[in-house]
Design a protein around this ligand. Structure first.
Ligand code: C5P
Length: 240
């Protein structure tokens, strides 16, 4: 794997609050990472201007708003996300097959093959078996993850967001072409922060992750550009 290809696998989590912060980070990391993740907190405070700010420096955007609503509402919310020109966006697979199918169909109708990649969240990694039982789901978490990943694939979705520990199961169930985007990775040089069930970037890619969402190991480094370089190096070395 080339360094260029490894860099494209890194999605930097823009866990910041204002437009000035976005400018600073995107300018610093342009060319060092493949994409920038705009999540609920940043989007709620800055709105579509957050996406535009990333794009102004040529950055690509993963809009992480995890939609979950009636099929018509999710499909049209996703259409607006696509109109913002984001490359990747997501929704909750628990919204069901019709919600996902309607969303894929509407975006395909409007954008053809140029539509953003659509990812599904299966079971949030913060959920345990107890959480599931509390909402009436009497199945092990991993069974639900695989079941929802397959449902997403059969509904036309392009991939899922998954914890590093779920990569192999999903890859086995959904085949080589289904995208897997993985947060909760920690390079050898970084602190664990609050992440518990982690893998290194190289391990995650070797296990079958297509993209890695990485925030603090880059954001909190003394030299974020060098940290991004080290992560890309680790990926290249690990995949030799
Ligand atoms: O700083 P860190 O690398 O832990 O950031 C990871 C990003 O991925 C954060 O935006 C976090 O909200 C998100 N995320 C996560 N774990 C999950 C799902 C999402 O850390 N299971």
């Amino acid at each position: 794997m080339t360094l260029e290809y490894a860099r494209k696998k890194i999605i930097f989590a823009l866990d910041v609050h204002g437009l000035d912060d976005i400018d600073r980070w995107v300018e610093a990391l342009a060319g060092k990472v493949g994409m920038f993740k705009v999540g609920k907190e940043l989007f709620t405070s800055c709105g579509p201007a957050a996406v535009k700010a990333v794009q102004r420096f040529g950055g690509q955007v993963f809009l992480d708003l995890k939609y979950h609503d009636i099929p018509n509402t999710v499909a049209h919310a996703m259409l607006e996300a696509a109109r913002l020109g984001v490359q990747v966006a997501n929704l909750h697979a628990l919204g069901g097959a019709e919600m996902m199918e309607n969303t894929v169909a509407l975006l395909h109708k409007e954008f053809g093959n140029d539509r953003p990649k659509l990812l599904a969240v299966t079971i949030l990694t913060s959920s345990t078996e107890e959480t599931l039982r509390g909402v009436g789901i009497e199945h092990p978490v991993q069974d639900m993850v695989v079941r929802l990943a397959k449902l997403a694939q059969n509904s036309g979705m392009d991939g899922v967001v998954a914890s590093p520990l779920e990569i192999s199961l999903i890859r086995a169930a959904c085949g080589p072409d289904f995208l897997i985007v993985t947060p909760g990775v920690r390079p050898g040089f970084a602190a664990l922060d609050d992440q518990k069930r982690i893998m290194t970037p190289a391990e995650a890619v070797k296990n079958g992750a297509d993209y890695l969402v990485i925030g603090r190991p880059i954001a909190k480094a003394d030299d974020p550009r060098t940290a991004a370089d080290l992560i890309a190096d680790e990926i290249v070395m690990g995949c030799k």
